[in-house]
Design a binder for this molecule. Sequence first.
Ligand code: BGC
Length: 719
Amino acid sequence: MKKSILIMALIICTTAFSQTDVATEKRIQGLIKKMTLKEKVSLLHGNSKFYVSEIKRLGIPEWALSDGPHGVRAEMNRDNWNYAGRTDDAVTCFPPGTAMAATWNLDLATKRGYVLGEEARFRKKDVLLGPGINIIRSPLCGRNFEYLSEDPYLISQFAVSYIKALQSKDVAASVKHYAANNQEDNRFSIDVTMSDRALHEIYLPGFKAAVMDGHVLTVMAAYNKFRGEFCTENILLGRTILRDSYKFDGVLMSDWNAVHSTENAALAGLDLEMGTEKTNYNDWFFADPLIKSVEQGRLKESLVNEKVANILRVMIKTKVLDPETREKGNINTKEHQQVAYQSAVESIVLLKNENNVLPLQMNAVKSVAIIGDNATRKHCSGGLSSEIKPLYEITPLEAITTKFGKQLQINYAQGYNKQSSPGEGSNKGQLNTDFVDWKLIDEAVEQAKKSDVAIIFAGLNHDFDSESFDRVHMRLPYGQETLIHEVAKVNPKTIVVIIAGSPLELSGIQSRVPSIVWAWYGGMEAGNAVVDVLSGKEFPSGKLPITLPISINQMPDHALGNYPGRNLKVNYEEDIFVGYRWFDTKGIESLYPFGFGLSYTNFNIANITADKKEFNQNEVITVKCAIKNSGKSDGAEVVQLYASQTLSSVLRPKKELKAFQKVFLKAGEEKTVELKVNVKDLAFYDEKTSSWKVESGEFVLHLGTSVKDIVGSVSVRVN
Ligand code: BGC
């Protein structure tokens, strides 16, 4: 009886869905029939920096796009890159991509998506240009801070949660930058090549998941070339993979000014040209030249219709054409700010904590030295296209002063000096990075000497972590290592807090201080979050979504000399061995491994079992374990499942992340954790058959708290 009700419900649901689809397609065709060629083409290119033209007589409003991944960007002028100077465009600012991934908490990605959706709607935006999900390949890529991880599975999970939530608020996401946009140096011209295996196993899974599981409505084609063709005119990427294989029926838009041709781009599946340079929008490739191509018979009008249909489909799905039923949005609510705060708290990774220096016992501490430019620097409004005008941004110094200023002597010293400011396309901010300012160091040492505890807020800023150029090295800049050494000499309780969005070499300070905390860029609540974790109001629960090497030469792209390429070409010779896959498989010791992060308490993981011993290709493996918080304070651990194939016909990484779960446990509490892996996700990409292949045989599923800290394993057989 129950079963038949279920089947009936399914039938009704399926019919309802297909009826909606049929109705949508009918509506699209109806609108297209009423359009002139000129009107159609007006929908395929920007009419200003972030807008696409309206067609008033058909009830199609102007389409509003906005950056960016971790907040809704401030209003810009329509025809240049200056800000419009509005006073109503300050918003909630989240910690950027690497920080989001460091939470390993998908609920927070979902909540972020809701907040961004509501704020985008309030600001009357239709498309939010994010998430940016390129693989962190080189530690030097300027946009690493915006991206999420070196691991495609972690990226996919976050992208899907974020996109679904954002789009549930009637705002289209735009997953970017498709594809292989892994460096900013030469980003407009670099020609990337790699094996099919690397493409499908490492660089595409995030995009595939965004389309097939997240149902992302728009995709942004990257600036660079892939195998000789610009991404905006690349048949393999735009047609074969995106449309034919992933069945994408949304809008493929260009990155800003990334289109180089009319016909090639049109044929390769690009729908929308967005841009920056020329202000005569009718001259753009997808404007008058496209009309001419059709009129002169070089392109068929049906191709234009296909593109218009894609645009209208996204508009209909996000209710652009039905404004009465559309989400109205909300901005800067306490709830939004609370999600930003929680996202910052949970991103914080405790790397080292000798003698339990942390959490600070605030009742016993009488004085604290707060050192470093990053103690007072605001970061939300940096980094170029992802810059946000936050409603407010709390720095660490402000937070500690507000929270403990009455009970604590706070001794501030700047410690090091940011040298200059970069401009777009220039890395001028990195000119003087090794400058050691001894006067500032001496002042810091004096403050540290007279304080019970010294906290140094070190790391980077958006002179380094930025769109449009890469970092010139991976060291701590501005003499920070010297500063840390000198302060640690006079104060044994020196805590280093790293503010940065991409990997740094920390081996020069690692053994000099008892405690290191990685706090990323924390968005508008950065200071509150880090001070609450240091003082024990909150506990650290973040895990590295990247590997921290001992030195840059250990990184695969640098070890093999494949960054940033030669003569504007780069071949990803390390192949699938990116990030921890390289370190783990080759047995190279990193400083801190992927997935690593300590807590203020301890966890025991035991009783690891799989639900069966043998599986066929369509089944799901369930791995269970018991986890107990055996310490005295509350905490959270991320249980990570890595898979390896015992014997394979191709070289495979020693381990690959296949599932994870963040578990919150009160002191003494115990829980059972269940992780699921689809057998089909144990596949590798077989270049001989151009398809995914799961070979029969033994697979080992390892459970751990980082890729290096494996607690136990179970073996299963796949038939
Ligand atoms: C960036 C994109 C961004 C666009 C619009 C480009 O330079 O690469 O990520 O969305 O500008 O600001």
